[in-house]
Design a protein around this ligand. Sequence first.
Ligand SMILES: Cc1ncc(COP(=O)(O)O)c(C=O)c1O
Length: 384
Amino acid sequence: MNTYRRFPITFKKGNGSKIWDENETEYLDFTSGIATCNLGHVPEKVKQAIEAQLANLWHTSNLFHIKKQEDLGVLLTENSCFDQVFFCNSGAEANEAAIKLVRAYVVSQNKTNPLIVTFHQSFHGRTLATVSATGQEKIKAGFEPLLQGFIHLEFNDFHSLKMLADISPSAVMLELVQGEGGVIPADQKWVDELVKICKQKEILLVVDEVQTGMGRTGSLFAYEQYGIKPDIMTLAKGLGSGFPIGAMLAKGNVGDAFQPGSHGSTFGGNPLASTAGLATLQEMITSTVLENSEKMSSILFAKLRELQENYSFIKAVRGKGLLIGMEIKGDATKAVELALQEKLLILTAGPNVIRFLPPLTVSKNEIEEFEAKFIKVLEQLKED
Ligand SMILES: Cc1ncc(COP(=O)(O)O)c(C=O)c1O
């Protein structure tokens, strides 16, 4: 179906930050398949693990124990503030599971208010529940009637927090850096206040880390940098290095609201997907990739801020780790098209924001290569 506006390019091979099209033309990939190939294209350890699993067993269903799924679940809980994990296949499914868990928890507590507060400009997925949760009209338009039970408030706005306290919903769900909505990090003070209200009013805190998770913002999960401990977190994208897998994690008392039969998925956490997730997480924890991403983030931010000084149409450079946005006066899609001509892959995040998502393994040389290509893009944008 005509669901995507695609560029006229087909890629056939990838390695690290590089990707080659059918004519062997090399591109520098600063999109990571939209924050998914966080370890770069075809990371060796993950490839080896998938190859080994391929020879043995692909799928069994969740009617049986799955060793790799259990190992991945344990490793995720050991490296986060959560106790339980449900596996699925995508970010939207992980958020669906989170929304259902909130509702199940409300029922288990004999409470009556299943409302969930989310924020303007948020993006939580394309299923009907996650479209209903999403705070962007363009995503919702034409799909009414939407699911009831969501209220959208202003992001990073203290007045919203007063409303949150008044509404006293069952849960609040947010991205700590809004990705698709324009790369907007949540303010620390605002998050602190939000968490305070959640504690006072017994509101569940759900963080959607589908884009920010798996090292993208410099720590394994973005919530760590805010010094908070949410009740529920969702993951997908970077979790399988490109192999489809999603996860919804919860603290024990909340996760207990799901009992056998409450929720399920045929493929969720199957042996192959869990192998990809486990090898990815092991690599992220045991290698120096997070350290590298932090260093490369400082270098890239410094270069982009320098460019901001030189080009007056650059209004802002913001983000966290290697999830970076550049707001410009003008059309960000034009920048993406011009970059393609320079064999550089970049993204937009809304109409005026250019988004950079290099792999966490990106090198200093590659950032220099990026800079040379991107300056050519900016020069052309300046002429328009
Ligand atoms: C924050 C966030 N949540 C959810 C999703 C949906 O994930 P998926 O496309 O895997 O369903 C995305 C995708 O961009 C996202 O950025």
